[in-house]
Ligand binder design. Structure first.
Ligand code: TYM
Length: 327
């Protein structure tokens, strides 16, 4: 029975990395069979930091290719691009009128991004969470599979739903975040920070990196920054990844070696590289095929838009009526 609606999304800001995959997309794939799933490529969110107009459309298409190559199935899930459904920004405006500035100012991601992009702290970066709330609530999504860094935004979405309901009468559900076991993959070159493209090439493994690059990047991953402490975050991070891609027996062997101090990190990294490269073999193949069929991918996005649009229009109709906008 499909009773709950799952909604999630990802910004087309460049190549997907293993943090996006193990933190979020792997959960999306697993949820497809039990739920009504809607997965969006949030291009308007990406515009909160500068994007190159010459490559932006291709980056959006590439994100769709990645979704499909990883195993999102358009027969099971609705896959579409945010800017193709104008109700997202329409509802975001309404939410802007309900959301206190103080709540937006508390958002960790805003504070971090405002620091990195000091010259371009625009209003969109600030109101980003109201657009995210609109994404989810337009479809009355109740379950939102994300990595840990997005939990605060989903919590704010719950509040926005509550503020709306309090002012206009019960209309919107309060969605919950859904975290997987790898909710926070850390950067390879600084394992005290979450993996992110903004920390440079050495920080992340992109899903589309070739096997040699994956091997090289993992070999150089920082370990033992705390002087061999067993809780070293770099080592923990490698174990998190190992648990995602390696056989149980392999994980157990390395855990035992870690516990008795005989572990060799070079071996751990080599094993992880081999298993990760294997894990992504099907993805690499499918990605290559899909890249040669952009029109097929666009047709899938068009079908997704058509379905998303029907739901979005219905919700906006209800919302307009509750607010008392003139019809
Ligand atoms: P974005 O594009 O930054 O990231 C996409 C997803 O990947 C997860 N993620 C990670 N998980 C674990 N470890 C990491 N190092 C890591 N880096 C990224 C993120 O938590 C996210 O789940 N605002 C969102 C996009 C969005 C959205 C939505 C999500 C817009 N509207 C509605 C859910 C529902 C974002 O910027 O994600």
């Amino acid at each position: 029975m499909k009773h709950e609606r799952v909604f999630s999304g990802l910004q087309p800001t460049g190549r997907l990395h293993i943090g996006n995959y193990f933190g979020a997309v792997r959960q999306w794939i697993a949820l497809q069979d039990g739920y009504d799933c809607i997965y969006c490529i949030v291009d308007y969110h990406a515009l909160t930091t500068p994007q190159d107009p010459g490559t932006f459309a291709q980056a959006t298409l590439d994100a769709a290719i990645d979704y499909l190559a990883l195993g999102l199935d358009p027969r099971k899930s609705t896959i579409f691009v945010q800017s193709h459904v104008p109700e997202h920004t329409e509802l975001a405006w309404i939410f802007n009128t309900l959301t206190p500035l103080t709540e937006l100012a508390r958002m960790t991601q805003f504070k971090e991004k405002a620091e990195t992009h000091q010259k371009v702290v625009n209003a969109g970066l600030y109101t980003y969470p109201t657009l995210m709330a609109a994404d989810i609530l337009l479809y009355e999504g109740t379950l939102v599979p994300v990595g840990e860094d997005q939990v605060q935004h989903v919590e704010l979405t719950r509040k926005i739903a509550r503020w709306f309901n309090n002012r206009y009468g019960k209309t919107l559900p309060e969605p919950k975040p859904k975290l997987g076991k790898s909710m926070r993959i850390m950067s390879l070159n600084d394992p005290t920070r979450k993996m992110s493209k903004s920390h440079g090439e050495k920080a992340y493994v992109a899903l589309s990196d070739n096997p040699n690059t994956i091997r090289r990047k993992l070999q150089r991953a920082v370990t033992a920054t705390l002087g061999g402490n067993v809780k070293d975050p770099g080592v923990e991070n490698l174990f998190t990844l190992l648990r995602e891609v390696s056989a149980d027996a392999t994980v157990r062997d390395f855990e035992a070696a870690q516990a008795d101090g005989s572990i060799k990190y070079a071996e751990l990294k080599a094993q992880l590289a081999t298993d990760l490269i294997d894990h992504l073999a099907v993805y690499r193949q499918r990605r290559k095929e899909l890249a040669g069929k952009p029109n097929e991918v666009k047709a899938i996005l068009e079908n997704g838009r058509a379905r998303a649009s029907v739901i979005a229009k219905e919700t906006m109709g209800k919302i307009r009526e509750k607010i008392g906008l003139l019809r």
